[in-house]
Design a binder for this molecule. Structure first.
Ligand code: CTP
Length: 420
């Protein structure tokens, strides 16, 4: 086994060099050199090692070091011209270069005082650090201290689980301590086309049943939703979460439904995906969900607009609707929600009316404005609104298309007012 692990370690180092740019290599080399100068050890870990083993391009670079990451980064950064951040709560430093993240964390253990809250941390050995993690596939470390002799640490059997395509937690309290791991397990399972192993699934279901997700702050739940929405497999993740009862334990109104299926069809824009969540939610349910996850303004806007559109779904299905009526129902609604709604609804006429609005009506504007109407003699107040609406209605249904025709319509209105 030691020979095999040496072979895997060398192979991983080769894959690391093959899959990264010169710039990334320079950063990793600088970090290794600095560790050597400080007489400390440095390991690549987590998703970086997992992805290399799966021959995927690493999304970011996670390192464990066995000394203070703040000092480490202070020494490293001037040489690299990088942005840096230090998170004292978890003794983690991050540098960002060309949009890529490099995390340097002090090897640690975690103590959870209560389910769902963030843990207290203690300095620990690298082996202990690997045991405190979420899944075996994320708990493999590649020691780079001497790049001529790379060394693999896999105390939890992550290599075997990667080979067998299995997501497995490391201890029976894992989902209780950190219920966000429920969502993470499903995310990795669907992203990597793995299977959550039987014992892990049983513990996940127990944690869901025990309502552990309600112990997690709304901000952390929102962060997990955000991460899911970034995944190409977002629809399968939500569908699986729904089947495992996770969605309704997140929020009762998310008891799944058509919105999950429509995620598959929705466009590429993230806010469009987010708005689909509120398809078929009442306005109260939407408000309560928004407040639960502490949604930022742009999320709240698209969620509310989607819920509004769902409530108008039947009204919009009437064949007799005039263009101005469609326009007035849909104006000022977010384009993201309208696009998402177009894919979500099964009602043909509703979809057609949404498309008409998106492709045509929303681009139509009268040439005339309120000041010009006042100059023509239309009195200030509601009359201006009435005339503008009539002009817009004419433009939308194609009965008028020029400024002189708009003026004619305003004059006809004035005449009719004088007669009455
Ligand atoms: N981790 C954990 N428990 C969590 C979150 C993270 O144990 N609730 C550990 C895992 O070992 C994970 C590492 O911290 O690999 C880094 O977390 P993160 O950056 O979220 O995940 P990656 O492994 O980088 O995976 P990816 O970004 O590809 O999803």
């Amino acid at each position: 086994m030691p020979n095999l692990s040496k072979h895997v370690a060398r192979n991983l180092l080769f894959l690391l060099h093959a899959s990264t740019t010169e710039r990334v290599k320079d950063i990793i080399d600088a970090a290794i050199k600095l560790s050597q100068q400080r007489g400390s050890r440095i390991f690549l870990v987590g998703g970086t090692v997992r992805d290399l083993l799966l021959k995927l391009k690493p999304r970011d670079f996670d390192f464990i070091i066995d000394n203070d990451p703040k000092d480490f980064i202070d020494d490293l950064c001037p040489k690299l011209r990088a942005n840096r951040a230090y998170y004292s709560q978890f003794k983690t430093s991050t540098i960002t270069i060309d949009g890529l993240r490099f995390d340097f964390a002090r090897a640690r253990t975690e103590i959870y005082d209560k389910p769902g809250v963030l843990p207290r941390i203690h300095d620990a050995s690298v082996e202990e650090d690997l045991y405190r993690r979420d899944f075996s596939i994320n708990s493999i470390a590649l020691e780079l201290t001497d790049p001529k002799k790379p060394c693999l640490l896999d105390p939890t059997g992550g290599l075997t689980d990667i080979a067998n395509k299995v997501v497995r937690i490391l201890h029976s309290r894992s989902f209780l301590d950190d219920p966000t791991r429920i969502l993470r397990a499903i995310r990795y399972e669907q992203r990597l086309k793995f299977t959550i192993n039987t014992n892990t699934r049983d513990l996940l279901l127990q944690a869901v049943k025990a309502q552990t997700l309600s112990t997690v702050s709304g901000d952390r739940i929102r962060n997990e939703i955000d991460l899911i929405m970034d995944e190409p497999e977002r629809a399968s993740i939500f569908l699986r979460a729904s089947r495992l009862g996770v969605l309704c334990s997140l929020h009762s109104s998310l008891s799944c439904g058509d919105w999950v299926k429509s995620l598959k069809k929705t466009g590429e824009d993230k806010l469009t995906y987010i708005s689909t969540i509120a398809y078929k939610l009442s306005s109260n349910e939407t408000d309560s969900f928004i407040s639960m996850i502490n949604a930022p303004k742009d999320w709240a806007k698209v969620l509310k607009d989607m819920s509004y559109l769902s409530q108008k779904e039947t009204t919009l299905n009437a064949l007799s609707l005039k263009p101005i009526e469609i326009y007035l129902i849909l104006k000022n609604r977010s384009i993201h929600s309208l696009n998402a709604f177009k894919h979500s609804t099964n009602l043909k006429t509703t979809r057609k009316n949404i498309c008409l609005y998106l492709d045509k009506y929303r681009h139509i504007h009268p040439s005339i404005n309120g000041d010009r109407l006042k100059n023509l003699g239309v009195p200030e107040g509601p009359d201006i609104q009435i005339v503008l609406k009539e002009i817009l209605a004419g433009r939308l249904n194609g009965t008028i298309s020029t400024l002189p025709e708009e003026i004619q319509l305003a004059q006809a209105y004035l005449k009719s007012q004088k007669r009455t």
